[in-house]
Design a protein around this ligand. Structure first.
Ligand code: ATP
Ligand code: MG
Length: 347
């Protein structure tokens, strides 16, 4: 498989709309990422020119005390991408820190971004509260500005996101409009593409599934680990005995059945489970066993692809190197246009 950009079909990049998405390499990707974003990225890779960023600097805005975790997970997240079926001949996968032009753009955009707009950003506020931050670092407060740089560096038209990311995309749009109004039409104004799937809840039922909370099922978990994790999942707390009537709407396992198991296959079996649960005719253990089987069936092809690429670390590096080369080329053009617009002397 040749991943070099020069071997892409000619015209592919210029004629198709561009998409940018990404993940923080704070851990391996989980089934929440799969339903919330990876599945649609795979579906979109034929239609759009897709850029996928492994946002290692953004990961360090929260994980600066453990850079080794971030470093290790750059490779792991790339393996996760390849495992779910993202095809490096169709998508451009790159690493944020390897594109210094993004850092340059971040500085330029910071000139026209008010500190208050960042302080009042609802997602920043929620994330800061969840992490117990009493004072925010400059980098953490400003990560939405660096996201604006990520998106505009390659002139992305669309940014598929969860609803928590909407304030950030709004900020990017504000920056673009402001910049273009002040200095001329240089930057592409992106639009958010919000997925229809809600945030997938974590195994503990205490909030969204999240890499850094350790409440998820990773795409690379072995079948037995999946079984053990499903066993530990929180179900209807009012259901003490197998024959008590259950409440699927509050049950984590039922949510997973809906988005990853029977429901995702569009099968009638989901409604059957729901009826049986409400009637107290099926116990949680049987329900969990069924989910385990569904999940392991879903994850089997990804595990196999992952194994293939794990044995070829050189290929994975090559995928990233090719992606970085392409993005640096695009981002250098953007920086040059931005600097001209700002009347900065280019030597
Ligand atoms: P961290 O805990 O380090 O913030 P995370 O699990 O929240 O990690 P991110 O890298 O922050 O993952 O998010 C990457 C992408 O995955 C984003 O587009 C986000 O909207 C989506 N995503 C993250 N968690 C979920 C979830 N539980 N359900 C659906 N989509 C999710
Ligand atoms: Mg997150």
């Amino acid at each position: 498989m040749d991943v070099r950009t020069e071997n892409r079909p000619t015209g592919m990049e210029t004629h198709r709309k561009r998409i940018l998405t990404g993940d923080r390499p704070t851990g391996r990707l989980h089934v929440g990422h799969y339903v919330g974003s990876l599945r649609s990225r795979v579906a979109l890779q034929d239609k759009y020119d897709s850029f996928i960023e492994i946002a290692d600097i953004q990961a360090l805005t929260t994980d600066f005390e453990q850079p080794e975790v971030v470093a290790e997970n750059v490779h792991q997240v790339c393996l996760d991408y390849l495992a779910v079926g993202l095809d490096p001949e169709k998508v451009t996968i790159f690493v944020q820190s390897a594109v210094p032009e993004i850092a340059e753009l971040t500085v330029f955009y910071s000139l026209i971004t008010s500190v208050n707009s960042l302080r009042h950003n609802p997602t920043i506020k929620t994330e800061a509260a969840e992490r117990g931050y009493t004072s925010l670092s400059y980098g953490f407060l400003g990560y939405p500005v660096s996201q604006a740089a990520d998106i505009t560096s390659v002139g992305a038209h669309l940014v598929p996101v969860g609803d928590d990311q909407l304030p950030h995309i709004e900020l990017t749009r504000d920056i673009v409009r402001r910049f273009n109004a002040l200095y001329g039409p240089v930057l592409v104004e992106p639009q958010a593409l919000v997925g229809e799937c809600p945030r997938l809840v974590g195994l503990d039922g205490g909030g969204k599934m999240s890499k850094s909370k350790g409440n998820g099922i990773s795409l690379s978990d072995a079948p037995e680990l999946v079984r053990a994790k499903v066993k530990s999942a929180v179900t209807d707390p009012q259901r003490l005995h197998a024959h008590d009537p259950g409440h699927p709407e509050v049950c984590v396992v039922h949510t997973y059945h809906r988005y990853l198991g029977e429901g995702a296959r569009g099968s009638e079996a989901l409604a059957d489970f729901e009826r049986s649960c409400r009637a107290g005719a099926i116990g949680c253990a049987a329900c969990k066993e069924n989910l385990t089987r569904s999940l392991n069936t879903l994850l089997a092809p990804a595990r196999e692809r992952r194994r293939y690429y794990e044995e070829r670390p050189g290929f994975v590096k090559e995928v990233l190197a090719a992606g970085i080369t392409r993005v640096r080329g695009e981002a250098a053009l953007t920086v040059s246009r931005v600097k001209s617009a700002l009347r900065l002397v280019q030597f």
